[in-house]
Structures are given as C-alpha cells and as structure tokens.
Design a protein around this ligand. Structure first.
Ligand code: MTE
Length: 323
C-alpha cells in the first residue's frame, strides 16, 4: 500500500519557498554525502569506529513505573552510539562523537502561546516537584529498526498543566535549541532549523507521553537529546524531539520538520502502522538493534504495541490518510 498525502496539514499551506530551498540544499548535500531524503534513512556509510561508551551521572530517587515492556532492554552502548541527531551530523555514529563537548547547563525552556502562565524556566525549576520514573518503552524508528529503552523522566502532561493551557490550545509545539556554534550540524542547511515537532493536545496529555531526562538510571547522554527530550512510544522516532528549548501552545497545527520537508513520507501523526508502508520501504517488520546482521525480522505491532492505550485517540480517523 502506498502512503497517501497527509490530510492533516496540506503541504501547500506549510511548504513555503524557504523550505523548498532547504529541501533542494538537503538533496544536494545528501547526494554528496551519500544519504537519501529519509528523515532517518539508514543509507549513509558510517565509517570509523564506534565511540567509547561514556556514562552520565546517576539520577537519584528514581521510581520504577508500571509502564514497562517485558523485552530485554537494548544495550546501553547501542542506545548511545546508534543515534539520529542531525544537529551533530548525519549518520548514526556521528552524534556520539560530535556532541561530546555540548554543554547543557544552564538550560532554559521558554513556554509560550495559548496558556495563562507563560514564561521561562530553568531545568532545575522544571524538575522541581517531579518524581522521576523509569519506564521501559519500545522505540521504533521510521527506518524499520527498533530498540527497547529504559528511559527516566516524567509525564509531559504533568508539566504542561502547570502553565494552564487555555481552551484555544489544541496543539503543543516543541523546538530544539538553535545555536550553530554549539550544534555544528546546524551550519549545514540540511534541515529547516531549528528542528520542530508537535503533538495534538490529547496526545501530549496522554500518560504514556514522556519528557525524558535520562536512561539506564543516568543523566541523558548528549547524543540522546540532553537535557530534555520528548518520547512518544507509539509514534515513529522522529516525533521524539531532542534538546528542547521552546514549548508553545497553539490553536492551529504547527509545522513539523520532517512533515514539512517530505509530507508524503513523514506524516504529522506518524503513528507506528505496519499497514501503511513508507513510500520506499515496508513498515511491516523491524530489526532489533543489538541482534546483529543475523537477528532477523520481527513483526511490527500497530501503535508500536501500545494500541490498547492509545488507539481510542484516533477513533473515527482513517489512519491510511492521517499518516
Ligand atoms: N531531534 C532533533 N532535534 N534532531 C534530530 O535529528 N532525530 C529524530 C528524533 N529527534 C532528531 C530528533 C529521529 S529521526 C529519531 S529516530 C530519534 O530522535 C532518535 O533518537 P535516539 O538517537 O535517541 O535513538
């Protein structure tokens, strides 16, 4: 089955000239680098050896959450050296190498838009009052590989409530830091920086939606999105935006990076759906990272295995149209 055009945000509304220029530049750079226009395409040759594994500081007082899958978590080394983070380079091994000196304190987050209590908060203010939980989630990339990750974090919805969203807040948008001096990948016009993502308000308030601050009981490594990143376990990985500095409540659907670049390939919803192929590859099966070349293919589950919890959010929607 071919993906149909994303009906949520017509590309004519969101794909302005600047984005088209960016897409053209991306294709040019990608051709030189040997990558294809696939948000997360596995085609660039990795080259070089794997980075030595570096551990973050232990996080105190973590509580084990009831949200945990039975599968064995992927090795720490795989989770932290096989990444997508274009701000630190295109290619899975580059973020670990290029983000080593990225400083994430102090870190402020701007809260804006349709809410009664906007403002700027430091990471310490954000964390105050939250018990951090360990949740073991399946993580499925649009490239058809997956991992099982023991995240540490707290529900996004609990943070959003603090800012008292108004009745006009139908979506919540997120932006990554834009600072090409600190994020060298932003010197290349491969994406329309800063990286942007968004959720519908009910998706954002769902208890499974996590703001992660760590993994394996330790502070989040830079390459995984330090100091704060989104984790939406029933959606393809590109929705899980890293190193967030802006949270904005909006009435209209906000632009999202990959959806803007290639709406026919990356929908606004991006719910894991084995029934809807990516235009250039099947989404029926996935490869577990860590199983090696002979690990075989595993069937992908609707909503990445979280259908019982989240399918009702989309009742009445044709999910072959709203990709
Ligand atoms: N966030 C930012 N800011 N920049 C990115 O390039 N890549 C996305 C997502 N968040 C990305 C991002 C993609 S395509 C994926 S699959 C996941 O991060 C990868 O997360 P991981 O490296 O922790 O596995």
């Amino acid at each position: 089955m071919l993906i149909k055009r994303n009906a949520c945000i017509p590309s004519s509304e969101i794909t302005d000239r600047k984005v088209w220029e960016q897409r053209r530049d991306f294709l040019r750079i990608a051709a030189l680098a040997g990558v294809s226009l696939a948000g997360c395409a596995p085609t660039e040759s990795e080259g070089g050896s794997r980075e030595p594994v570096v551990h973050g500081a232990p996080i105190k007082g973590i509580v084990k959450s009831r949200y945990r899958v039975e599968q064995k978590p992927t090795d720490y080394a795989d989770i932290t050296t096989y990444n997508n983070f274009y701000e630190f380079g295109i290619g899975k091994s580059k973020p670990a190498r290029n983000s080593r000196d990225f400083v994430t304190r102090p870190w402020n987050i701007q809260i804006e838009g349709e809410c009664e209590a906007p403002g700027e908060l430091g990471m310490e203010d954000i964390l105050a009052g939250f018990t951090q939980e360990e949740r073991i989630y399946r993580f499925r990339c649009v490239e058809a590989w997956s991992m099982v990750i023991p995240w540490v974090g707290f529900p996004l919805g609990d943070l959003l409530k603090r800012f008292k969203p108004t009745s006009k807040a139908r979506y919540v948008a997120f932006e990554t830091l834009y600072d090409p001096k600190r994020m060298p990948g932003q010197k290349r016009r491969v994406l329309d920086w800063p990286y942007r993502e968004a959720l519908r308000m009910d998706e954002a308030m769902h208890p499974l939606t996590l703001l992660a601050t760590g993994l394996y009981g330790e502070a989040l490594p830079n390459q995984n999105g330090a100091p704060l990143r989104l984790v939406v376990p029933w959606k393809y990985g590109f929705k899980s935006i890293k190193s967030i500095v802006t949270i904005r409540f909006t009435e209209k659907a906000p632009p999202c990076t990959w959806n803007q670049m290639a709406p026919e390939e990356y929908g606004f919803y991006a719910n894991v759906n084995p029934e809807v192929d990516h235009p250039r590859w099947s989404q029926r099966y996935e490869r577990y990272i860590g199983e090696g070349l002979f690990g075989g293919k595993h069937r992908t589950l609707p909503f990445n295995g979280y259908a019982e919890e989240v399918a009702s959010l989309y009742s009445g929607m044709d999910l072959t149209l709203y990709i």
